[in-house]
Design a protein around this ligand. Structure first.
Ligand code: UT7
Length: 328
């Protein structure tokens, strides 16, 4: 199924508070050198006490609606990718739709972890195939600091909070970028490699303190190997089924999880420095928000011109992974 799906008004929002590697070295047994050498991360943003994923999402969504000169009341859908929702139920999308004044739109969340942006592009394409007049507010928002185990040095240095939002529509005239293709995969047999707790599998009696299972857990080494292999494979697949080569790609935006993973993927795919965009240094791994946050910075930095073809790839808990091609 192919349908016209155009992305525009991409906007990102990060909370003000910054946590540096030196801040973390005061909390757990780590240091700036280890974190930079193993991950490339120097700082990450952290949302304030009392704020939630919906607050970050609303801030990004307001920027996107302003940029699109769109009234929230003209939206047909609010769709949210998140693995750190405010509540198990109701959805972040419902909370945001209410705050934005979107009216009786179809509002829903979905969970695809760090691959959320790519899954959302695929979902948006399907919604637009059903009704080309749809106008979808698509928000990726993550409050990962709420589920970081601040005693686990193997994971607490990796993650940051952020949100990004865009409008998906079938109208090419409004479109900043056309979705050329998207591939989404999963492998639930590897589900234990990365988990974020807090669901009904975390069973607690009233008054009982939370245990480790409430927080993010990750088998880093194993995850790393899967991440590199699957992102390389899916990029090769999407290029080949579109009869493209890496030389046809103007900008490559991989999920910003770890600089070493990005470099390993980049060297296997023979990406040149001119093709690559990274910002993991400033934000850490912001899960579903990572690719749209990077893409919005690449746009602001003038790295995308009319006609530029962007290849994006992501990998995350599930396991999930995928790739997508956008043409600006
Ligand atoms: O978005 C989801 C996708 N997730 C990812 O892409 C993450 C994939 N994995 C990774 O990026 C890497 O595996 C990590 C950055 C998480 C870890 O790097 P690593 O080179 O795989 O380290 P390791 O887990 O094998 O640990 C090596 C050593 C251990 O010490 P010993 O046992 O050798 O004494 C760890 O305890 O490094 C230690 N270590 C640390 N030391 C200082 C682990 N975390 C830290 C830390 N500071 N923060």
């Amino acid at each position: 199924m192919t349908a016209s799906c155009h992305l525009h008004a991409l906007s990102a929002y990060v909370p003000d508070a910054i946590l540096t590697n030196d801040d973390l070295a005061r909390m757990v047994d780590t240091n700036d050198q280890w974190i930079v050498e193993r991950t490339g991360i120097r700082r990450r943003h952290r949302l304030d006490a009392g704020a939630n994923a919906s607050d970050l999402g609303v801030a990004a969504a307001r920027l996107a609606l302003d940029r699109a000169a769109l009234d929230a009341a003209s939206l047909t859908h609010v769709m949210t990718a998140t693995c750190t929702p405010d509540l198990l139920s109701l959805s972040v999308a419902c909370i945001m739709a209410g705050q934005l004044g979107a009216g009786p739109v179809m509002a829903f969340d979905f969970g695809a972890a760090c691959t959320g942006f790519l899954y959302g592009l695929s979902l948006g394409q399907s919604i637009l195939a059903q009704n080309p007049a749809s106008r979808i507010l698509f928000v990726c928002t993550e409050a990962l600091s709420r589920r970081v185990n601040w005693q686990d040095r193997g994971t607490c240095v990796l993650f940051g909070d952020a949100a990004a939002a865009c409008v998906l529509s079938g109208d090419a005239r409004q479109g900043q970028a056309a979705l050329e293709d998207v591939i989404c995969h999963s492998d639930g047999t590897q589900r234990d490699l990365i988990t974020v707790g807090g669901g009904t599998a975390c069973t607690y009696e009233l008054g009982q303190p939370v245990r480790d299972d409430f927080f993010i857990s990750m088998q880093g080494r194993e995850t790393y190997k899967h991440a590199v292999r699957q992102m390389v494979n899916v990029c090769e697949d999407i290029l080949s089924r579109n009869a493209l080569h890496m030389s046809d790609i103007g900008l490559f935006i991989p999920h910003q999880a770890n600089m070493r993973i990005i470099e390993a993927v980049g060297s296997r795919l023979k990406i040149t420095p001119e093709q690559l965009f990274t910002n993991v240094e400033h934000y850490g791994n912001t899960s579903s928000a990572s690719i749209p946050l990077a893409l919005s910075e690449a746009l602001a930095a003038g790295r995308v011109k009319p006609g530029t073809r962007v290849l994006m790839t992501a990998f995350g808990a599930g396991l999930t992974w995928g790739a997508a091609l956008l043409r600006f």
